[in-house]
Design a protein around this ligand. Structure first.
Ligand code: G1P
Ligand code: ZN
Length: 543
Protein backbone atom coordinates (compact mmCIF):
# COMPACT_ATOMS: atom_id res chain seq x y z
CA UNK A 1 0.00 0.00 0.00
CA UNK A 2 1.61 3.27 -1.11
CA UNK A 3 0.98 6.03 1.38
CA UNK A 4 2.30 9.54 0.93
CA UNK A 5 3.14 11.67 3.91
CA UNK A 6 2.36 15.20 2.76
CA UNK A 7 4.10 18.04 4.56
CA UNK A 8 1.74 20.80 5.61
CA UNK A 9 1.46 23.94 7.73
CA UNK A 10 -1.20 24.40 10.40
CA UNK A 11 -4.16 26.73 9.83
CA UNK A 12 -5.13 28.79 12.84
CA UNK A 13 -8.88 28.86 12.20
CA UNK A 14 -9.96 25.22 12.37
CA UNK A 15 -11.93 25.50 15.57
CA UNK A 16 -15.17 23.49 15.36
CA UNK A 17 -18.25 25.53 16.27
CA UNK A 18 -21.74 24.53 17.45
CA UNK A 19 -21.76 21.77 14.84
CA UNK A 20 -18.37 20.99 13.31
CA UNK A 21 -16.08 23.14 11.19
CA UNK A 22 -17.97 25.45 8.84
CA UNK A 23 -16.30 27.86 6.46
CA UNK A 24 -16.76 29.46 3.10
CA UNK A 25 -16.07 27.09 0.20
CA UNK A 26 -13.20 29.41 -0.73
CA UNK A 27 -11.56 28.72 2.63
CA UNK A 28 -11.91 24.97 2.17
CA UNK A 29 -10.40 25.30 -1.31
CA UNK A 30 -7.05 26.39 0.08
CA UNK A 31 -4.48 23.64 -0.52
CA UNK A 32 -4.36 21.14 2.39
CA UNK A 33 -7.19 22.85 4.30
CA UNK A 34 -9.57 19.87 4.26
CA UNK A 35 -6.74 17.34 4.58
CA UNK A 36 -5.30 19.09 7.63
CA UNK A 37 -8.63 18.97 9.41
CA UNK A 38 -9.31 15.34 8.50
CA UNK A 39 -5.86 14.31 9.69
CA UNK A 40 -6.44 16.30 12.89
CA UNK A 41 -9.62 14.30 13.44
CA UNK A 42 -7.81 11.00 12.93
CA UNK A 43 -4.88 12.10 15.11
CA UNK A 44 -7.33 12.89 17.94
CA UNK A 45 -8.87 9.42 17.91
CA UNK A 46 -7.50 6.22 19.33
CA UNK A 47 -8.08 2.59 18.49
CA UNK A 48 -9.66 2.84 15.05
CA UNK A 49 -7.19 0.56 13.23
CA UNK A 50 -9.22 -1.96 11.26
CA UNK A 51 -12.51 -0.36 12.37
CA UNK A 52 -15.38 1.05 10.32
CA UNK A 53 -15.93 4.69 9.42
CA UNK A 54 -19.22 6.02 8.03
CA UNK A 55 -18.91 8.76 5.40
CA UNK A 56 -21.43 10.91 3.58
CA UNK A 57 -22.65 14.42 3.11
CA UNK A 58 -25.52 16.63 2.08
CA UNK A 59 -24.40 16.77 -1.56
CA UNK A 60 -23.37 20.39 -1.52
CA UNK A 61 -20.68 21.86 -3.74
CA UNK A 62 -17.38 20.14 -2.94
CA UNK A 63 -19.00 17.03 -1.46
CA UNK A 64 -17.78 14.53 -4.06
CA UNK A 65 -14.19 15.73 -4.13
CA UNK A 66 -14.01 15.79 -0.33
CA UNK A 67 -15.40 12.24 -0.14
CA UNK A 68 -12.71 11.00 -2.54
CA UNK A 69 -9.97 12.66 -0.47
CA UNK A 70 -11.32 11.35 2.82
CA UNK A 71 -11.59 7.80 1.46
CA UNK A 72 -7.92 7.91 0.49
CA UNK A 73 -6.95 9.37 3.86
CA UNK A 74 -9.03 6.84 5.81
CA UNK A 75 -7.27 4.02 3.95
CA UNK A 76 -3.87 5.57 4.59
CA UNK A 77 -4.64 5.99 8.29
CA UNK A 78 -5.63 2.38 8.82
CA UNK A 79 -9.42 2.18 8.88
CA UNK A 80 -10.61 -1.30 7.96
CA UNK A 81 -13.78 -0.32 6.18
CA UNK A 82 -15.70 2.76 5.10
CA UNK A 83 -19.46 2.74 4.61
CA UNK A 84 -20.15 5.55 2.19
CA UNK A 85 -23.53 6.69 0.90
CA UNK A 86 -24.11 6.26 -2.84
CA UNK A 87 -23.03 9.46 -4.65
CA UNK A 88 -21.52 10.52 -1.33
CA UNK A 89 -24.96 11.25 0.08
CA UNK A 90 -26.13 10.68 3.65
CA UNK A 91 -28.37 12.95 5.63
CA UNK A 92 -27.08 13.77 9.10
CA UNK A 93 -29.70 11.60 10.85
CA UNK A 94 -29.16 8.75 8.36
CA UNK A 95 -25.41 8.90 9.05
CA UNK A 96 -26.17 8.66 12.75
CA UNK A 97 -28.47 5.70 12.09
CA UNK A 98 -25.85 3.89 9.99
CA UNK A 99 -23.07 4.47 12.56
CA UNK A 100 -25.27 2.90 15.25
CA UNK A 101 -26.66 0.06 13.19
CA UNK A 102 -23.28 -1.15 11.93
CA UNK A 103 -21.47 -0.38 15.20
CA UNK A 104 -19.00 1.82 13.36
CA UNK A 105 -16.14 3.50 15.17
CA UNK A 106 -17.47 6.89 14.07
CA UNK A 107 -18.46 8.92 11.06
CA UNK A 108 -17.55 11.98 9.07
CA UNK A 109 -20.42 14.09 7.76
CA UNK A 110 -19.84 16.77 5.15
CA UNK A 111 -22.34 19.52 5.59
CA UNK A 112 -22.83 23.12 6.52
CA UNK A 113 -26.41 22.29 7.43
CA UNK A 114 -28.79 25.09 6.49
CA UNK A 115 -26.09 27.46 5.23
CA UNK A 116 -26.21 28.15 1.47
CA UNK A 117 -24.02 26.05 -0.82
CA UNK A 118 -22.33 26.55 -4.19
CA UNK A 119 -18.90 28.03 -4.95
CA UNK A 120 -19.72 31.18 -2.98
CA UNK A 121 -21.53 29.34 -0.20
CA UNK A 122 -20.38 27.33 2.76
CA UNK A 123 -18.88 23.92 3.31
CA UNK A 124 -18.49 21.99 6.53
CA UNK A 125 -17.24 18.83 8.13
CA UNK A 126 -18.07 17.21 11.43
CA UNK A 127 -17.07 14.10 13.27
CA UNK A 128 -19.57 11.84 15.04
CA UNK A 129 -18.60 9.23 17.57
CA UNK A 130 -19.62 5.56 17.83
CA UNK A 131 -22.91 6.42 19.55
CA UNK A 132 -23.88 8.22 16.33
CA UNK A 133 -23.81 11.66 17.90
CA UNK A 134 -21.71 14.78 17.37
CA UNK A 135 -18.29 14.58 18.98
CA UNK A 136 -18.31 16.05 22.48
CA UNK A 137 -16.26 19.14 23.28
CA UNK A 138 -13.42 17.03 24.67
CA UNK A 139 -12.87 15.63 21.18
CA UNK A 140 -13.54 18.82 19.21
CA UNK A 141 -11.07 20.65 21.48
CA UNK A 142 -8.48 17.95 20.82
CA UNK A 143 -9.07 18.22 17.05
CA UNK A 144 -8.61 21.98 17.22
CA UNK A 145 -5.44 21.66 19.29
CA UNK A 146 -4.06 19.12 16.83
CA UNK A 147 -4.94 21.34 13.85
CA UNK A 148 -2.71 24.04 15.31
CA UNK A 149 0.40 21.92 15.30
CA UNK A 150 -0.11 19.49 12.44
CA UNK A 151 2.88 19.10 10.14
CA UNK A 152 1.90 16.25 7.83
CA UNK A 153 -1.03 14.14 6.69
CA UNK A 154 -1.34 10.64 5.28
CA UNK A 155 -3.01 9.91 1.97
CA UNK A 156 -3.12 6.84 -0.25
CA UNK A 157 -1.51 7.06 -3.70
CA UNK A 158 -4.49 5.51 -5.41
CA UNK A 159 -7.59 7.16 -6.78
CA UNK A 160 -10.82 6.62 -4.86
CA UNK A 161 -13.38 4.35 -6.56
CA UNK A 162 -16.50 5.68 -8.28
CA UNK A 163 -19.33 5.61 -5.75
CA UNK A 164 -22.36 6.09 -7.96
CA UNK A 165 -23.59 2.49 -7.50
CA UNK A 166 -24.12 0.29 -4.48
CA UNK A 167 -20.93 -1.81 -4.62
CA UNK A 168 -17.91 -3.12 -2.74
CA UNK A 169 -14.31 -2.06 -3.44
CA UNK A 170 -10.88 -2.38 -1.96
CA UNK A 171 -8.84 0.76 -1.56
CA UNK A 172 -5.32 -0.03 -0.37
CA UNK A 173 -6.09 -2.49 2.39
CA UNK A 174 -9.43 -0.92 3.23
CA UNK A 175 -12.86 -2.10 2.21
CA UNK A 176 -15.19 0.51 0.73
CA UNK A 177 -18.89 -0.37 0.89
CA UNK A 178 -21.10 1.96 -1.12
CA UNK A 179 -24.53 1.78 0.54
CA UNK A 180 -28.01 2.91 -0.36
CA UNK A 181 -28.27 6.17 1.62
CA UNK A 182 -31.99 5.72 2.32
CA UNK A 183 -32.56 2.00 3.10
CA UNK A 184 -31.29 1.73 6.69
CA UNK A 185 -32.95 4.96 7.69
CA UNK A 186 -36.28 4.03 6.11
CA UNK A 187 -36.22 0.69 7.91
CA UNK A 188 -35.67 2.45 11.23
CA UNK A 189 -38.64 4.75 10.55
CA UNK A 190 -40.96 1.81 9.88
CA UNK A 191 -40.02 0.40 13.29
CA UNK A 192 -41.07 3.62 15.05
CA UNK A 193 -44.26 4.76 13.35
CA UNK A 194 -47.55 3.26 12.31
CA UNK A 195 -47.00 3.23 8.55
CA UNK A 196 -50.32 1.47 7.94
CA UNK A 197 -52.25 4.24 9.71
CA UNK A 198 -50.36 6.96 7.84
CA UNK A 199 -50.92 5.20 4.49
CA UNK A 200 -54.61 5.02 5.35
CA UNK A 201 -54.60 8.76 6.03
CA UNK A 202 -53.20 9.43 2.55
CA UNK A 203 -55.68 7.01 1.00
CA UNK A 204 -58.45 9.07 2.58
CA UNK A 205 -57.38 12.13 0.59
CA UNK A 206 -55.17 13.83 3.17
CA UNK A 207 -53.02 16.37 1.33
CA UNK A 208 -49.44 17.10 2.20
CA UNK A 209 -46.57 19.09 0.76
CA UNK A 210 -42.96 18.38 1.73
CA UNK A 211 -40.33 20.89 0.61
CA UNK A 212 -36.89 19.26 0.42
CA UNK A 213 -35.41 22.62 -0.60
CA UNK A 214 -33.18 20.93 -3.22
CA UNK A 215 -31.23 19.43 -0.36
CA UNK A 216 -30.57 15.97 1.05
CA UNK A 217 -34.07 14.96 2.18
CA UNK A 218 -35.42 14.77 -1.38
CA UNK A 219 -34.50 11.10 -1.91
CA UNK A 220 -35.53 10.17 1.64
CA UNK A 221 -38.90 11.92 1.51
CA UNK A 222 -39.71 10.63 -1.98
CA UNK A 223 -38.92 7.04 -0.99
CA UNK A 224 -40.76 7.14 2.33
CA UNK A 225 -43.71 9.48 1.73
CA UNK A 226 -44.50 8.78 -1.90
CA UNK A 227 -43.23 5.26 -2.49
CA UNK A 228 -43.77 3.60 0.91
CA UNK A 229 -46.71 5.55 2.30
CA UNK A 230 -48.49 6.15 -0.97
CA UNK A 231 -48.69 9.94 -0.86
CA UNK A 232 -49.41 11.18 -4.40
CA UNK A 233 -46.49 12.03 -6.68
CA UNK A 234 -45.72 15.72 -6.28
CA UNK A 235 -46.16 15.61 -2.51
CA UNK A 236 -42.40 16.17 -2.34
CA UNK A 237 -41.26 19.38 -4.02
CA UNK A 238 -37.70 20.51 -4.79
CA UNK A 239 -36.78 16.87 -4.26
CA UNK A 240 -33.57 16.62 -6.28
CA UNK A 241 -30.46 17.52 -4.25
CA UNK A 242 -28.42 20.18 -6.06
CA UNK A 243 -24.86 21.30 -5.21
CA UNK A 244 -26.06 24.87 -4.71
CA UNK A 245 -29.54 23.98 -3.44
CA UNK A 246 -30.96 25.70 -6.51
CA UNK A 247 -29.49 28.99 -5.30
CA UNK A 248 -31.70 28.88 -2.21
CA UNK A 249 -31.01 28.99 1.48
CA UNK A 250 -31.92 25.49 2.70
CA UNK A 251 -33.24 26.55 6.08
CA UNK A 252 -36.81 25.44 6.80
CA UNK A 253 -38.31 28.54 8.33
CA UNK A 254 -40.95 31.08 7.41
CA UNK A 255 -38.43 33.26 5.58
CA UNK A 256 -36.49 30.76 3.51
CA UNK A 257 -39.09 28.07 2.78
CA UNK A 258 -41.16 30.68 0.98
CA UNK A 259 -42.64 28.47 -1.73
CA UNK A 260 -44.05 26.10 0.88
CA UNK A 261 -45.24 28.87 3.18
CA UNK A 262 -47.03 30.64 0.32
CA UNK A 263 -48.85 27.44 -0.53
CA UNK A 264 -49.75 26.63 3.08
CA UNK A 265 -51.20 30.10 3.57
CA UNK A 266 -52.79 30.31 0.12
CA UNK A 267 -56.15 29.27 -1.30
CA UNK A 268 -56.78 25.55 -1.25
CA UNK A 269 -53.85 24.92 1.09
CA UNK A 270 -52.88 21.30 1.80
CA UNK A 271 -53.68 19.81 5.23
CA UNK A 272 -50.08 19.49 6.23
CA UNK A 273 -46.81 21.08 5.16
CA UNK A 274 -43.23 20.37 6.14
CA UNK A 275 -39.70 21.17 5.11
CA UNK A 276 -36.22 20.09 6.02
CA UNK A 277 -32.79 21.68 5.75
CA UNK A 278 -29.54 21.12 3.84
CA UNK A 279 -28.48 18.00 5.74
CA UNK A 280 -31.92 16.78 6.80
CA UNK A 281 -31.79 17.27 10.55
CA UNK A 282 -34.14 20.25 10.84
CA UNK A 283 -37.88 20.39 10.29
CA UNK A 284 -40.60 22.94 9.95
CA UNK A 285 -44.20 21.86 10.39
CA UNK A 286 -47.28 23.70 9.15
CA UNK A 287 -50.99 23.11 9.00
CA UNK A 288 -53.35 24.74 6.59
CA UNK A 289 -52.87 28.48 7.34
CA UNK A 290 -51.03 27.58 10.51
CA UNK A 291 -47.38 27.58 11.60
CA UNK A 292 -46.29 25.34 14.46
CA UNK A 293 -43.30 26.76 16.35
CA UNK A 294 -40.55 24.20 16.93
CA UNK A 295 -40.93 24.69 20.68
CA UNK A 296 -44.64 23.91 20.48
CA UNK A 297 -43.89 20.97 18.22
CA UNK A 298 -41.63 19.44 20.87
CA UNK A 299 -44.31 19.96 23.52
CA UNK A 300 -47.00 18.45 21.33
CA UNK A 301 -44.91 15.42 20.37
CA UNK A 302 -44.14 14.90 24.05
CA UNK A 303 -47.83 15.07 24.98
CA UNK A 304 -48.91 12.69 22.18
CA UNK A 305 -45.86 10.42 21.94
CA UNK A 306 -47.58 7.21 22.96
CA UNK A 307 -49.72 7.13 19.81
CA UNK A 308 -46.59 6.11 17.87
CA UNK A 309 -45.67 2.43 18.28
CA UNK A 310 -41.99 3.23 18.92
CA UNK A 311 -42.95 5.36 21.92
CA UNK A 312 -46.01 3.45 23.13
CA UNK A 313 -44.36 2.61 26.45
CA UNK A 314 -43.97 6.29 27.32
CA UNK A 315 -40.98 8.58 27.52
CA UNK A 316 -38.01 8.41 29.90
CA UNK A 317 -37.78 12.20 29.91
CA UNK A 318 -37.51 15.18 27.62
CA UNK A 319 -34.76 17.74 27.05
CA UNK A 320 -34.70 21.14 25.41
CA UNK A 321 -31.97 23.65 24.76
CA UNK A 322 -32.01 26.60 27.12
CA UNK A 323 -33.35 29.18 24.63
CA UNK A 324 -36.16 26.82 23.53
CA UNK A 325 -39.53 27.80 25.00
CA UNK A 326 -40.63 26.16 28.21
CA UNK A 327 -43.76 24.65 26.63
CA UNK A 328 -42.33 21.13 26.90
CA UNK A 329 -41.61 21.66 30.61
CA UNK A 330 -45.32 21.93 31.32
CA UNK A 331 -46.09 18.72 29.48
CA UNK A 332 -43.27 16.90 31.27
CA UNK A 333 -44.64 18.08 34.58
CA UNK A 334 -48.11 16.80 33.71
CA UNK A 335 -46.68 13.45 32.59
CA UNK A 336 -44.49 13.20 35.67
CA UNK A 337 -41.28 12.85 33.65
CA UNK A 338 -38.01 14.78 33.91
CA UNK A 339 -37.30 17.78 31.73
CA UNK A 340 -33.67 18.85 31.18
CA UNK A 341 -32.41 22.25 30.06
CA UNK A 342 -29.14 22.07 28.11
CA UNK A 343 -26.98 24.56 26.21
CA UNK A 344 -27.61 25.15 22.50
CA UNK A 345 -26.33 22.37 20.22
CA UNK A 346 -27.40 18.77 19.78
CA UNK A 347 -24.19 17.41 21.28
CA UNK A 348 -25.45 18.23 24.78
CA UNK A 349 -28.35 15.78 24.45
CA UNK A 350 -26.10 12.79 23.73
CA UNK A 351 -25.15 11.93 27.30
CA UNK A 352 -28.76 12.21 28.48
CA UNK A 353 -29.94 9.84 25.76
CA UNK A 354 -27.05 7.40 26.25
CA UNK A 355 -27.83 7.31 29.98
CA UNK A 356 -31.49 6.58 29.25
CA UNK A 357 -32.65 9.77 30.94
CA UNK A 358 -34.49 11.28 27.98
CA UNK A 359 -36.31 9.98 24.93
CA UNK A 360 -37.27 13.20 23.12
CA UNK A 361 -35.14 16.32 22.62
CA UNK A 362 -35.72 19.60 20.87
CA UNK A 363 -34.38 23.01 20.02
CA UNK A 364 -36.21 26.15 19.01
CA UNK A 365 -34.05 26.23 15.88
CA UNK A 366 -36.30 23.73 14.06
CA UNK A 367 -34.59 20.70 15.59
CA UNK A 368 -36.47 17.77 17.07
CA UNK A 369 -35.35 14.22 17.65
CA UNK A 370 -35.30 11.19 19.87
CA UNK A 371 -33.00 8.45 21.06
CA UNK A 372 -33.57 6.46 17.84
CA UNK A 373 -30.40 8.21 16.61
CA UNK A 374 -28.08 10.78 18.19
CA UNK A 375 -28.82 13.70 15.88
CA UNK A 376 -31.91 15.76 15.38
CA UNK A 377 -34.01 14.34 12.61
CA UNK A 378 -36.20 16.31 10.22
CA UNK A 379 -38.11 13.56 8.46
CA UNK A 380 -38.58 11.66 11.73
CA UNK A 381 -40.42 14.69 13.15
CA UNK A 382 -42.59 14.89 10.04
CA UNK A 383 -43.48 11.19 10.30
CA UNK A 384 -44.22 11.61 14.00
CA UNK A 385 -46.64 14.40 13.16
CA UNK A 386 -48.24 12.29 10.43
CA UNK A 387 -48.67 9.43 12.91
CA UNK A 388 -50.36 11.77 15.40
CA UNK A 389 -52.59 13.29 12.71
CA UNK A 390 -53.53 9.79 11.49
CA UNK A 391 -54.61 8.79 14.98
CA UNK A 392 -56.14 12.03 16.26
CA UNK A 393 -57.88 12.83 12.96
CA UNK A 394 -57.91 16.57 13.68
CA UNK A 395 -56.49 19.45 11.64
CA UNK A 396 -53.07 20.67 12.78
CA UNK A 397 -54.44 24.01 14.00
CA UNK A 398 -57.11 22.31 16.14
CA UNK A 399 -54.58 19.97 17.69
CA UNK A 400 -52.32 22.85 18.66
CA UNK A 401 -55.17 24.98 19.99
CA UNK A 402 -56.37 22.09 22.13
CA UNK A 403 -52.82 21.67 23.39
CA UNK A 404 -52.62 25.35 24.38
CA UNK A 405 -56.01 25.19 26.05
CA UNK A 406 -54.76 22.37 28.23
CA UNK A 407 -51.21 23.52 28.98
CA UNK A 408 -51.24 27.26 28.29
CA UNK A 409 -49.44 28.93 25.40
CA UNK A 410 -45.80 30.00 25.38
CA UNK A 411 -45.64 32.88 22.92
CA UNK A 412 -42.19 32.63 21.46
CA UNK A 413 -40.00 34.28 18.86
CA UNK A 414 -36.35 34.50 17.90
CA UNK A 415 -34.90 37.66 16.38
CA UNK A 416 -31.62 37.22 14.51
CA UNK A 417 -29.25 40.01 13.60
CA UNK A 418 -27.06 38.34 10.99
CA UNK A 419 -23.59 39.32 9.82
CA UNK A 420 -23.13 42.12 12.31
CA UNK A 421 -19.68 43.37 13.19
CA UNK A 422 -18.04 40.75 15.39
CA UNK A 423 -16.34 43.16 17.77
CA UNK A 424 -19.56 45.16 18.18
CA UNK A 425 -21.54 42.02 18.97
CA UNK A 426 -18.98 40.90 21.51
CA UNK A 427 -18.99 44.32 23.16
CA UNK A 428 -22.78 44.17 23.40
CA UNK A 429 -22.59 40.81 25.16
CA UNK A 430 -19.71 41.90 27.43
CA UNK A 431 -21.55 45.09 28.43
CA UNK A 432 -24.68 43.16 29.25
CA UNK A 433 -22.75 40.50 31.13
CA UNK A 434 -21.15 43.22 33.23
CA UNK A 435 -24.58 44.50 34.31
CA UNK A 436 -26.23 41.19 35.15
CA UNK A 437 -25.62 41.31 38.88
CA UNK A 438 -27.46 44.62 39.19
CA UNK A 439 -30.58 43.50 37.28
CA UNK A 440 -32.48 41.20 39.66
CA UNK A 441 -35.20 43.11 41.50
CA UNK A 442 -35.08 46.03 39.07
CA UNK A 443 -37.88 47.00 36.73
CA UNK A 444 -37.55 46.87 32.94
CA UNK A 445 -40.62 48.38 31.32
CA UNK A 446 -43.56 47.07 33.31
CA UNK A 447 -41.76 43.88 34.31
CA UNK A 448 -39.67 43.04 37.33
CA UNK A 449 -36.47 41.03 36.80
CA UNK A 450 -36.47 37.79 38.76
CA UNK A 451 -33.02 36.57 37.69
CA UNK A 452 -30.26 37.45 35.25
CA UNK A 453 -27.30 35.22 34.52
CA UNK A 454 -24.91 33.78 31.97
CA UNK A 455 -26.13 30.21 31.53
CA UNK A 456 -23.75 27.56 32.78
CA UNK A 457 -24.52 23.86 32.40
CA UNK A 458 -23.24 20.99 34.43
CA UNK A 459 -23.82 17.74 32.57
CA UNK A 460 -25.66 15.50 35.05
CA UNK A 461 -24.10 12.39 33.52
CA UNK A 462 -20.38 13.17 33.31
CA UNK A 463 -20.18 16.33 35.41
CA UNK A 464 -18.57 18.40 32.65
CA UNK A 465 -19.25 22.13 32.86
CA UNK A 466 -20.03 24.39 29.88
CA UNK A 467 -20.03 28.10 30.66
CA UNK A 468 -21.13 31.27 28.85
CA UNK A 469 -23.97 29.55 27.04
CA UNK A 470 -26.20 32.61 26.73
CA UNK A 471 -27.41 35.52 28.84
CA UNK A 472 -30.82 34.98 30.39
CA UNK A 473 -33.03 37.63 31.87
CA UNK A 474 -36.08 36.14 33.55
CA UNK A 475 -39.04 38.13 34.81
CA UNK A 476 -41.57 37.55 37.53
CA UNK A 477 -44.46 35.66 35.94
CA UNK A 478 -42.17 33.58 33.74
CA UNK A 479 -41.37 35.86 30.78
CA UNK A 480 -37.82 35.51 29.47
CA UNK A 481 -35.33 37.16 27.16
CA UNK A 482 -32.17 35.31 26.13
CA UNK A 483 -29.21 36.74 24.24
CA UNK A 484 -26.51 34.68 22.59
CA UNK A 485 -24.06 34.80 19.74
CA UNK A 486 -24.31 32.13 17.08
CA UNK A 487 -21.62 29.48 16.92
CA UNK A 488 -22.37 28.41 13.36
CA UNK A 489 -22.17 31.59 11.28
CA UNK A 490 -19.36 32.18 8.82
CA UNK A 491 -19.68 35.94 8.38
CA UNK A 492 -19.10 38.41 11.20
CA UNK A 493 -21.33 37.58 14.15
CA UNK A 494 -24.99 36.70 14.48
CA UNK A 495 -26.80 37.97 17.53
CA UNK A 496 -29.79 35.88 18.54
CA UNK A 497 -32.45 37.34 20.81
CA UNK A 498 -35.01 34.85 22.12
CA UNK A 499 -38.30 36.14 23.55
CA UNK A 500 -40.86 34.18 25.51
CA UNK A 501 -44.11 34.88 27.34
CA UNK A 502 -46.34 32.34 29.04
CA UNK A 503 -50.07 32.90 28.62
CA UNK A 504 -52.41 30.55 30.49
CA UNK A 505 -55.63 32.30 29.40
CA UNK A 506 -57.16 30.68 26.27
CA UNK A 507 -59.01 33.96 25.57
CA UNK A 508 -55.61 35.46 24.81
CA UNK A 509 -54.17 32.66 22.69
CA UNK A 510 -55.24 34.20 19.39
CA UNK A 511 -52.98 37.24 19.60
CA UNK A 512 -50.30 37.79 17.02
CA UNK A 513 -46.96 36.56 18.40
CA UNK A 514 -44.97 39.73 17.73
CA UNK A 515 -47.73 41.78 19.34
CA UNK A 516 -47.92 39.50 22.34
CA UNK A 517 -44.17 39.96 22.77
CA UNK A 518 -44.01 43.68 21.90
CA UNK A 519 -42.99 44.94 25.33
CA UNK A 520 -40.31 42.24 25.66
CA UNK A 521 -38.93 43.21 22.24
CA UNK A 522 -38.67 46.80 23.44
CA UNK A 523 -37.03 45.77 26.70
CA UNK A 524 -34.48 43.64 24.81
CA UNK A 525 -33.49 46.69 22.76
CA UNK A 526 -33.31 48.92 25.83
CA UNK A 527 -31.36 46.59 28.05
CA UNK A 528 -28.83 45.46 25.41
CA UNK A 529 -28.56 48.56 23.21
CA UNK A 530 -28.81 46.51 20.02
CA UNK A 531 -29.15 49.54 17.77
CA UNK A 532 -26.38 51.44 19.50
CA UNK A 533 -23.94 48.54 19.29
CA UNK A 534 -24.75 47.02 15.92
CA UNK A 535 -26.24 49.91 13.96
CA UNK A 536 -29.23 47.69 13.14
CA UNK A 537 -32.74 48.83 13.85
CA UNK A 538 -34.45 45.59 12.88
CA UNK A 539 -33.61 41.90 12.90
CA UNK A 540 -32.59 40.17 9.66
CA UNK A 541 -34.73 37.11 10.32
CA UNK A 542 -37.67 36.67 12.67
CA UNK A 543 -38.80 33.14 13.44
C1 G1P B 1 -27.74 26.94 15.48
C2 G1P B 1 -28.96 26.74 16.35
C3 G1P B 1 -28.75 25.57 17.26
C4 G1P B 1 -28.41 24.33 16.44
C5 G1P B 1 -27.25 24.63 15.52
C6 G1P B 1 -26.95 23.47 14.59
O1 G1P B 1 -26.63 27.21 16.28
O2 G1P B 1 -29.26 27.90 17.09
O3 G1P B 1 -29.90 25.37 18.04
O4 G1P B 1 -28.10 23.25 17.27
O5 G1P B 1 -27.52 25.78 14.74
O6 G1P B 1 -28.04 23.20 13.75
P1 G1P B 1 -26.09 28.71 16.55
O7 G1P B 1 -25.84 29.34 15.22
O8 G1P B 1 -27.19 29.42 17.28
O9 G1P B 1 -24.86 28.51 17.40
ZN1 ZN C 1 -28.88 20.81 9.65
Amino acid sequence: MAVTLVKTQPFTDQKPGTSGLRKKVKVFQQPHYLENFVQSIFDSLEGFAGQTLVLGGDGRYGNREAIATILRMAAANGFGRVLVGRDGLLSTPAASCVIRKYKAFGGIILSASHNPGGPDGDFGIKYNTGNGGPAPEKITDAIYARSREISEYRILDEPAPAIDQVAEFTLGEMRVSVIDPVADYAELMTSLFDFAAIAELFRGGFRMRFDAMHAITGPYATAILEQQLGAPAGTVINGVPLPDFGGGHPDPNLTYAKQLVDEMFGDDAPDFGAASDGDGDRNMVLGSHFFVTPSDSLALLTANATVAPGYADGLAGVARSMPTSMAADRVAEALGIDCYETPTGWKFFGNLMDAGRVTLCGEESFGTGSDHVREKDGLWAVLFWLNILAVRKQPVADLVHAHWARFGRNFYSRHDYEAVDKAAAETLMDDLRGRLDALPGSRLGELRVAYADDFSYTDPVDGSVSEHQGIRIGFEGGDRIVFRLSGTGTEGATLRVYLERYEPDPQRHEQDTQQALADLILIAEQVAGIRRHTGRDAPTVIT
